[in-house]
Structure formats: C-alpha cells, structure tokens
Design a protein around this ligand. Structure first.
Ligand code: NAD
Length: 490
C-alpha cells in the first residue's frame, strides 16, 4: 500500500499544481467562464484538484472544432487512422499503472480490478484499430436495371457522455469505435471522476491525433452535458449512465433529431437451479456483485435461487460475503473500496432501512465502517419478495438481494418482472432448460454457467430500461456511421 501511495503522489503532483483543463481544438484550456469545481477522493474526502467547469460556450467551441476537423479525419486513409489508434493503445499500456492508481484514488475502485480495466481500454483501441480499415465496406446488390452499391460513411462529429464507474475503460469503449469509423468526438466525462479522461486525452494527443478530432469538456450533466446533447453540429450522442438521464437526453436531443445510443442501468438476475454446479455458481454470484464495488452495470444484483437449495446456498454465501476485504483501494489485498461519492453512499445505505421496513432480512453487512471515506460493508438481503424495492431498483453498490423460487416458470416471471433488461446469468446443467430459459429471459446479454466474460466482437447492450442500441464488433459502426445507397443505371 505504501509503495502505491508514493507512486500515486508522484502521478497526482501535476494535477494538484495545474488542475484539470479542458482540451479543445488541440489546446488545453480553462473553462471560458474561468470557473472550476473540485474533485475529491472517496477514500478520505480529500481534495485532489480543481477541474475546469465547462458550460455551453465551451461545448460550442468543442463542437465547432470537431466539425472543422471532421472532413480531414473522415478522408484520412484508414491505415493511417489505424496506426494512430494502435499508438494510443501502446501508450495506454505504457501508462497503465498511472491510469489504474489515479482511477482508484478518484473512484474508490480496488486496484486488483482496476489494473485490468486500463489494459482493457488498450484492447478496445486495438480491436477497433483493426476494424478501421473495413469500416467503410459496403456491398453490391444488383438488379436487372441497376448496379446497386451500398457504402457506409461516418455520421459526423459525435458527443460521448460517460459515467463515473470504470470511467477510463468506458470512455475507450465509446471513443475508439467513433474514431475508427471516421467520426470526430466531443467527450464529456462524469464530474465525479475526471482524472483518467484527461490522461486518455493526453495519450491521444501525443499519439498524433490531429487537432479538433477529439475534444474534452469537463463539467456537470445539466450544464455541459445538456449543451452537448442540444448542439446542432453534434450528430449523435453515445451515452452511458442512468436510465432517467437517458430519458432526459432523448428529450434534450429531440429538437436537433439526435441519433442516440444508450447503455443504461440494470437489475440483473443470477438464476441458480438446483442441478447447477453450485460451487462455481457461488463463485460467480460473489464475483459479479462484490467486485468493482458493485458499481457495475452488468452486476448480478438479484440472486434467484431454487428453494430446494436456497438455505444451503445462502449460508455459504453469507460466509463468503463476511470474508470479503473492505479497505483502501490501493491496497492490493482490498476487494471493496469506498463508494464514489457521498451522494451515492447515501443512496446505497438508504436501502438498508428500506430492506428492514419491507420485511427482508439483512443476512450480511448492512453496516458502514467508521471512516472519513464512503465505505459500506458488502451486504446480502435475504427473505426478499420480488415486489420489494430492494428487488426492483438499481442500488449500484455491493448489495445483493436473494429471492427464492420454486419452479422454472416462477424464476422466469421474477427475472423478467423488473423495468430493466441488461444482463442475465443462468446456472443449470440441463441444456434444454438453459435454451428454453434464455429464449424467454428479457435481457440483451445472457451467460449460461459463466460470469460475465466480454468478447469484443459480440453485441453489448440492453433491452427495456437498460438501453437502446448495441456496441461491439460491427454494431458500433452501425451507430457511428450512415448507410448510403447508390444506384447506377445499367
Ligand atoms: P448519470 O446518468 O448520473 O451520469 C452519467 C453522465 O451523464 C455524466 O457524465 C453526467 O454528467 C451526464 N449527465 C447527467 N445529466 C445529464 C443531462 N441532463 N444531459 C446530458 N448529460 C447528463 O450516471 P452515473 O451515476 O454517472 O453512472 C451510473 C449509471 O450508469 C448506473 O445506472 C449504471 O447502471 C449505468 N451504466 C450503464 C452501463 C451499461 O453498459 N449499460 C455501463 C456503465 C454504467
């Protein structure tokens, strides 16, 4: 821990001295208003640095820069774009330690998980660098009278709005395909976690990205974020965040007919049948809610467990949950660090009372260790009914709600009985049941006998209140590009 803290001090020195500036048209600039806001560490609420508080004027400058840079970036040879994206990936790998330590300090995420998140960011760039050369590929669909050609063109300057959970990885996940497609970008990162978006921007700049291709404007959602979604030069908004923010963005973008792509909230079920490999199911259930502080859109926050095994499974679960190590995020032994911010801590801990009032049992956790930081003990609610708030609402912390079920039909009804539909996890050794169940489960992504394993060519996204659209593979290009039809008379 001490060694990591010393390294962190070195990495933070320049932020402490200069604060975090915006990056518009290749220039690092203060907010046009001259205002800044503070970013603090959730570990002890200490000040990290000031951050440029961008608003509508800064967004306007960034959108204009992105518009001006668009034609040249669009028309650059794809192999050149590919080389730049690969250089960004290389630099992320070189600076992975700095990114991980800064992100842990900024967000409270445990280093053991975050060190991988930085490298996943590099992978995202490499994957889309490879795809850049085929992004414009179309097809020929000839008829008797016409030689029909379809092709794809980048949509134009796009806005990317990201949340505070795994902010570095998620920014790369959105920005890499946009650049590979030939779009230019204005990025508005989350106000709670601005550090690594700034590092990423610097990496891109040093990798030789032409000025104006990627602009960074820090600020608040209702201010800079809103202005970005309303800007007429911005052709599409890729947004990751809460479902109700997605709905606001849709309204804000209506006047300029924005194309939107939403990755939103979840209340994902892990369904454990009595014929499953229960040891593996237990490992996965623990990992998928108690890693990354449970601040993870794909976390399995509802455990649906068959009644015949519920008692035994839950008893083992309690034992495991009580062993999880809560501590300083830079301690390599830590599994759960502090939650991102006081506002979020208040939200998560409020569910302890909600659970009690609704008549559920707090089988583990439900407490907050004494600290200046925003720590909560990993928590398990049992004896829950599907209609309880703890079984319906996205808590977004290390909090699991266990609900017993008798039959496959009942499990399906409970699993689908929420507003969300991002992921689902099914544990059974009956392949027919797995196929039947996954066919009816309302979720964009389902894993059978597995935790969440991301494979970049596969589609990523949710149904119902969990999102609109898909990322990954060619699906990302469908969002960032327009299909164009050309019919030549024969
Ligand atoms: P949030 O919606 O509060 O904020 C996300 C971003 O939107 C921030 O940058 C914020 O400044 C901006 N924003 C807020 N109001 C805005 C407005 N009116 N106009 C434009 N921008 C605005 O979300 P959060 O609390 O930062 O993140 C957590 C949420 O994100 C959870 O619900 C989680 O499930 C979701 N999430 C989903 C996925 C997914 O892939 N489905 C991935 C990660 C996180």
């Amino acid at each position: 821990l001490d060694e990591n803290l010393t390294k962190l001090d070195g990495y933070l020195a320049r932020f402490r001295q200069d604060g975090i500036r915006n990056h518009i048209d290749g220039q690092s600039v203060a907010a046009s208003s001259g205002e800044s806001f503070e970013t603090r560490s959730p570990v002890d609420n200490s000040l990290i640095c000031g951050v440029a508080k961008g608003g509508a004027q800064d967004i306007d400058a960034a959108a204009k820069a992105a518009k001006a840079a668009f034609p040249a970036w669009r028309d650059m040879r794809a192999s050149e774009r590919k080389a730049i994206l690969n250089r960004i990936a290389d630099a992320i790998v070189e600076r992975a330690e700095e990114i991980a330590l800064c992100e842990c300090w900024d967000t409270g995420q445990a280093l053991r998980f975050m060190s991988k998140a930085a490298l996943r960011g590099a992978e995202n760039f490499r994957f889309f660098a490879e795809k850049a050369t085929a992004a414009r590929d179309g097809q020929s669909l000839p008829s008797a009278t016409l030689m029909n050609i379809t092709t794809r063109v980048p949509i134009g300057p796009v806005g990317v709005i990201t949340p505070w959970n795994t902010p570095f990885m998620l920014s790369t996940w959105k920005i890499a395909p946009a650049l590979a497609a030939g779009c230019t970008v204005v990025h508005k990162p989350a106000e709670f976690s601005p550090l690594t978006a700034r590092i990423l921007m610097e990496i891109a700049d040093e990798a030789g990205l032409p000025k104006g291709v990627w602009n960074l404007v820090n600020g608040f959602g209702e201010d800079a974020g809103k202005a970005l979604t309303e800007h007429p030069d911005i052709k599409a908004i890729a947004f990751v965040g809460e479902s109700r923010t997605g709905s606001m963005i849709m309204k804000q973008g209506a006047d300029t007919l924005k194309r939107v792509h939403f990755e939103l909230g979840g209340k994902n079920p892990v369904v454990v049948f009595d014929d499953a490999d229960l040891d593996r199911a237990l490992d996965a259930a623990v990992f998928m809610i108690y890693s990354l502080n449970g601040e993870r859109c794909t976390s399995s926050s509802r455990l649906l467990v068959q009644s015949s095994i519920a008692e035994e499974f839950q008893a083992k679960l309690v034992e495991r949950v009580n062993r999880i190590r809560v501590g300083h995020p830079l301690d390599p032994a830590t599994e759960i660090g502090p939650l991102i911010h006081k506002v979020h801590y208040d939200k998560v801990t409020s569910y302890f009372d909600v659970a009690r009032q609704d008549g559920a049992t707090i089988a583990a956790g439900g407490t907050t260790p004494e600290s200046k930081g925003y720590y909560v003990a990993p928590t398990l609610f049992t004896d829950a009914r599907p209609d309880m708030r703890i079984a319906q609402e996205e808590i977004f912390g290390p909090v699991l709600t266990a609900i017993p079920f008798e039959t496959e039909e009942e499990a399906l009804e409970i699993a689908n009985g929420v507003a969300y539909g991002l992921t689902g996890y099914v544990w059974t050794n009956d392949i027919t049941r797995a196929l039947r169940f996954t066919d009816k489960l309302e979720a964009g992504m389902i894993w059978v006998n597995s935790e969440n394993v991301r494979h970049l060519p596969t589609p990523f996204g949710g149904v119902k209140a969990s999102g609109i659209g898909r990322d990954g593979g060619d699906w990302s290009f469908e969002f960032y590009m327009e299909q164009k039809h050309i019919g030549l008379a024969l």
